[in-house]
Design a protein around this ligand. Sequence first.
Ligand code: G6P
Length: 615
Amino acid sequence: MCGIVGYIGRRQAYPVLIKGLKRLEYRGYDSAGVALITETKGLEVYKTKGKVADLEAYVEDKDVTGTVGIAHTRWATHGEPNATNAHPHISCSGNLALIHNGIIENYTVLKEALQRHGVAFKSSTDTEVLVQLIDYIQQHLKTDLLTAVRLALRQVIGAYAIAILDRNEPNQIIAARKSSPLVVGIGDDEFFLGSDASPIIEYTDKVVYLDDNDIAVLRRGAKEAEFVNFDNEKIEHDVKTVDLDLGQIEKGGYPHFMLKEIFEQPKSLRDCMRGRVNVEANNVVLSAVIDYRKELINARRYIIVACGTSWHASLIGKQLLESICQIPVEVEYASEFRYSNPVIDSRDVVIAISQSGETADTLAAIQLAKERGAFIFGICNAIGSSIPRATNTGCYIHVGPEIGVASTKAFTGQVTVLTMLALALGKARGTINNTDYVNLVRELDSIPQKMEKVLEQNDHVRDISRVFTYARNFLYLGRGYNYPVALEGALKLKEISYIHAEGYPAAEMKHGPIALIDDEMPVVVVATQNPLYDKLMSNIQEIKARNGRVIAIVTEGDEKVKALADEFVELPQTIECLEPLLSTIPLQLLAYHIAVQKGKNVDQPRNLAKSVTVE
Ligand code: G6P
C-alpha cells in the first residue's frame, strides 16, 4: 500500500528512484511522483496520475539531475488518484517535499488548526497535513528539519512511513516510521530507503529495518545512518544482511509475475521444506516447535487470524491442526477479530498468517491477542517484516518474494508450513500414529514433483479458459480440504478478471446458489477421489440436471466425473489433506488465462494492492 524510495549519495538519484518505484509498484499504482534536489534549480517535484511508466514519460524533458531524491507510488486512500493528490506533497513555503505510506487518523483536526493559522492546502489527502505541519513548526520555531519532524510527529495519530527533503538542508533525507514498513539500505558513502528491501538489493545487502517511532537521518558523506526517537535520543540498530537475489524479483522470461510465481511453486515448496522435511529420517523438524514446545503443545485452543488468501490457507490449517493434533482451532478474519472483544487468554495460541507480514489488520489482531496474554506464532513470507517482529516465534514460508498482486505461491507455502506445523505438533502431542506420520512426511516431500505434472497441463487449462472468457459469473465448489480451495479459486478469478465468482462448500449449493445455475453458468468443481467423492458426484449431477457447465478437477484415471463434466483437469493422486497443494494450481491457471484473454492487467489489477498497510 504505497511504495516509498529514497536515495542520497554519489550516483544520480533519478534512475535509482525510478527503478526502485518499479520494484514497489505492486504496492499501488494510482499515481507516481519524485522529488529531487537538482543541480540547477534546487528542489523539484514531478508527479502524475497513473503508473511509474507515466511518470517516466512525464519527466522526459525535465531536469532530473541530482544525487538526492525521494519517490512514491500511490494506492489512494484519502483523495482521488490525480496529480494534485499524488506524492510528493510540497509545503506552503515550497521548502519541503514529503512522501507517505499509511493513514493520518487525526488529519482533519490538524488541518483545521493549520488552516486557522493561514496555511493553504492544495490536495484532499491526509498526507499533506504532515508536510504543512512540519513546515509550520520549522518556520515559526526557526528550527532545523529534524527538530521540526520530531515535534510534528508527536502530534500525529495514525500510521506512517515518511521521507522528507528540505531545499535548505539539501544534503540529507529524514525518514520516520510508525506501523508502516521502512528499510534503510547502507552502501559506501550512500544511503537508500525503501518500503521493502527490493529497491535496495541491487546496490547493497546491508539494511536496517526501522522500528515504530524511529526517525532516520541520512546525511551525505556520513559513514553511518543516524537513528533517533521523538526525544532526540540516539537509537542503536543492528545492520542486517538481506539474502535476496535480483532474479527473484524479476520476471525471468515470463509475461507476468503471476505466471512466473505459479510455475515457481514446485521450487518454492522445496525451499519451504528444505531443512524441515527429512524423508531419510522420516521426520519434520520446525525449530519454533522445538524452542516453544511447552507453549505450543499445551495450548487449550488455537486461533488463526489472517486476511484474503492467507485466510483461505488458515481454513485449511484449521482442518490440518484439528485432525492431526486434536487441538480446537478457530479461524478469524483479522479485521473482525480486532474489534470483536474476543475471549482469549494466556492458554491460547494465536497464529497470524500473512504473506507480506505488514497487513495492518493482522498486526492489530496480534497486538490485541498479546495484550490478553496469548502466545503468538507467525507464518509470514517477507523476511524482517513487521508481523514476524511482533510475534513470539514462527516460521517463514521461504517461497521468495511474491510480486504479482494475486497471491499464488504464498498460498501453497502457507499450506505447506501449516502441514509441517500440524505434523510436528501432532507428533509432539502423540495424536498421530507413526504409520500416518511417515506416510504424510513422504507424501509431502513428493508434492513438488506432482505439482510439476499439474503444471504440464497449462496449455490445456488455457484452452479451457478460452471457452469461458464470456462468462459474467462463476461458481466454485469443493468439500472438506477443497472447500477453501474453491474460495481461493473464486477469489483469484474476481481479483484479476473482474468476473463475479463465488466459492461454496458443494453441499451448500442446494441452499441457494443452485438457483443461479443455467446453461450459461460455469461451475468449477474440485471432485478428487477422496472420501467425499460420491457426494461430489451427486452435486455434479445436480448441476448437470440444470444444464450448468462443469469444469471438474479430478484425480488421474477418474472416469465417472470426466464422463459428466464439460471440461476437466487431472491431478496426481495424493493424501486427502495434501490435495489443496495440487488442486489450487489449475484454478490459479484458469483465473490467469481468463484474465489474459480479457486483456486485463494481471499483475496490477484495478483497486487492489499487494500489501494492505491501512485498515
Ligand atoms: C491483499 C492482497 C492479497 C492478500 C491479502 C492479505 O488483499 O491483495 O493477495 O491475500 O492482502 O495479505 P497478507 O500479506 O497479510 O497475506
